[in-house]
Design a protein around this ligand. Sequence first.
Ligand SMILES: Cc1cc2nc3c(=O)[nH]c(=O)nc-3n(C[C@H](O)[C@H](O)[C@H](O)COP(=O)(O)OP(=O)(O)OC[C@H]3O[C@@H](n4cnc5c(N)ncnc54)[C@H](O)[C@@H]3O)c2cc1C
Length: 626
Amino acid sequence: MEIGVLLNADSAEADELVALAQVAEDNGIGIAVVTGNRHADAWVVATWITGVTDRIRVSVPPRDEPFDPAGADSAVPAVLAKAVATLAALAPERTLPPGARWTVVDADADADAGSVRDAAGAGIPVVPVHTAGDVTRLRPLVAAPEPEAPAGRPHRSALALAQRMPGIAYDAVPAGLAARAVEPGDPEHRAVASTYLRGGNPGLVLRPRTVAEVADAIAFARDHRDIPFGVRSAGHGISGRSTSRGGLVISVGAMDSLEVLDRSRRLVRIGPGRTWKRVAQSLVSHGWALGSGDYGGVGVGGLATAGGIGLLSRKHGLTIDRLRAVELVLADGTPVRASDTENPDVFWAVRGAGANFGIATAFEFETSVVGQVGWAQLTLVSTDIEESLYRYGQIASEAPTDTTVFLVTGRARQGQWVVSLFAVVDHPDPDTVIARLTPFLDLGQLARQQVVMTAYPGVMANAVDIGPDGQQGFGEPVSRSAFIPELTRQFAHEAAELLSSDLVYFFELRAMGGAITEVPSDAMAFSHRSPLFQATAMSSSDDLLSAEWDRLRPHFDGLYLSFETDRRPERLLDAFPGPVLERLRRLKAEYDPTNLFRDNFTIPPAELPVSTMAGGEQTFETEKAA
Ligand SMILES: Cc1cc2nc3c(=O)[nH]c(=O)nc-3n(C[C@H](O)[C@H](O)[C@H](O)COP(=O)(O)OP(=O)(O)OC[C@H]3O[C@@H](n4cnc5c(N)ncnc54)[C@H](O)[C@@H]3O)c2cc1C
């Protein structure tokens, strides 16, 4: 059985502790926890132990008592934390994982493995030792076998089990999901912990592969209302929190199939876990494409439940405009199919607010015929960003609808802004492509240009596939979104002021209009049909960005929730204007009355009092919806 020894630097010299650790390793003991500081510094002792042993893991617990700057025995907490992190980085296999729990157990000579395990609870038993004899008498305990895993469940070492997090009934994971479930102590955990932009440390990741397993996973989520809960397809969420610290994630990434349902109608069925890069690759041989976004790594599940503003949007509309049906598992575990004729209310809600209504397990899309397109990536340098933004606004909105151009800029460098333009001209004739792009060269001094004729997968090829190491995000994005009805001179002026402040490192204007405007604004939960642009700003300071963005609000008309991280309640009304939100809240009360799905712009069910809102992060004043 996995067992540790407790070495106390308050009562022994450093060399005695190191010798005890060596004896422990020789006797098969896996962990040495070093405490105290009187005779020696615990962390230095622990580091020395790793140097003179081969396998034993070390740990130095944070000290309970407050730091005493005058006390010779007191370790500066920040210094200790840095020391712990440094050794963990240098020798990850030789330190106890940060989340691993252990319990001090006074095991006497007669102790048996069962009683020691019981005394340790969910942690690893760690026994105080003072002499080599104390260590060798633990040998029978070390030799005791680990308990068998329940039938059908993977075996996990005591060290892995000690990293389980509170509040999760791990042994209650339904049998069909248990084999693929990932816990903090599992080798795969690092690969599922982060998303593209966020760091995380989820307590449990369930990875269903079938609709029935999704229903089982949802039932497990219903039994775990007190921990964070997120849904993941490909992990590119900005507004949605598809990872957490200590929470539950249901990842449908493995449900990533694509099949052609009806060639004559160009109808395809796609799983939520497929990335748009892979969708494009699968459709190209048919001469079809689905407008998605501007980045191939984004998942179908997150994008097709929110909108999908992309580089084909002015010609072919939003991604959700091509959706003909969706299969969804609701909060009570019921699988439903929604379309214009089946559960039309759900179909209306999913196209814009899908994350609030269930877990989508398949989408049916009518694809577009798309051949060779002009794909341009231009870099210009501007010394007058106000003028560049304003001119971009005019040219991009007046361009024929086969032309969709996104502008990206950020902080100035020595009075100059680098302006990147990403453009798709859905036209097979290279001369027409050049003609469409030429007006944009006025926006600054051209520094770099790449224009190619390519099929749509060439546009989506900008992302690497998610590899075995998973996503590696480590932060918490700070992003603001706004729809802009018209890019006026005054907006360009104020946006230029914002860009001169150094606050925003990423600023994007996406041209809309065209086919997006052809769908009535009440046709689905995404209702922003008339704005000509979508603006996104990213910063490292949430508060400062809020203040600056609020100043620009007179120019805004709503927001695109996928690019928004501001969780102030009024943002919900920006994403879903009054009557839309009212309808969504009524539907939420019908389909998810306890607000199980809450990781992405929580819509309060109409009948749920604000005080009972899960997560407590978002409150909502009903009168604002009136
Ligand atoms: C680099 C980058 C580029 C982007 N480009 C574009 C773009 O061009 N156009 C655009 O419109 N958006 C774009 N986005 C935003 C993107 O569409 C959303 O963040 C989307 O939610 C990501 O989907 P995902 O499945 O990859 O993310 P995930 O992190 O897996 O999911 C995000 C959220 O979506 C919900 N969700 C995920 N899967 C499901 C499901 N199966 N059923 C129900 N709800 C689900 C959950 O609330 C989840 O938290 C971009 C994001 C990034 C990071």
